[in-house]
Design a protein around this ligand. Structure first.
Ligand SMILES: [Zn+2]
Length: 70
């Protein structure tokens, strides 16, 4: 497992190394993202369809030692 997880927050899907709360994030809960922001998480199903944050994607691929797809 990688040390980060994805969480929809503030209109985008971000990655975070925060401790994921038991039962998942509540809407409005602050989450620190890999792109260095503190944003309110979004718990709704639709939020998972938001587009991925580009900066988080770069950090996540780096942490996973995986090349970014072109
Ligand atoms: Zn981000």
């Amino acid at each position: 497992m990688h040390p980060f997880h994805w969480v929809p927050a503030d209109g985008q899907r971000h990655a975070s190394c925060d401790q994921r709360p038991k039962g998942g994030y509540r809407s409005g809960q602050r989450v620190t993202t890999l792109c260095g922001r503190g944003v309110p998480a979004e718990a709704g199903d639709v939020a998972w369809l938001w587009e991925t944050c580009g900066d988080c994607n770069v950090h996540a691929h780096r942490m996973a030692a995986a090349p970014l797809p072109r």
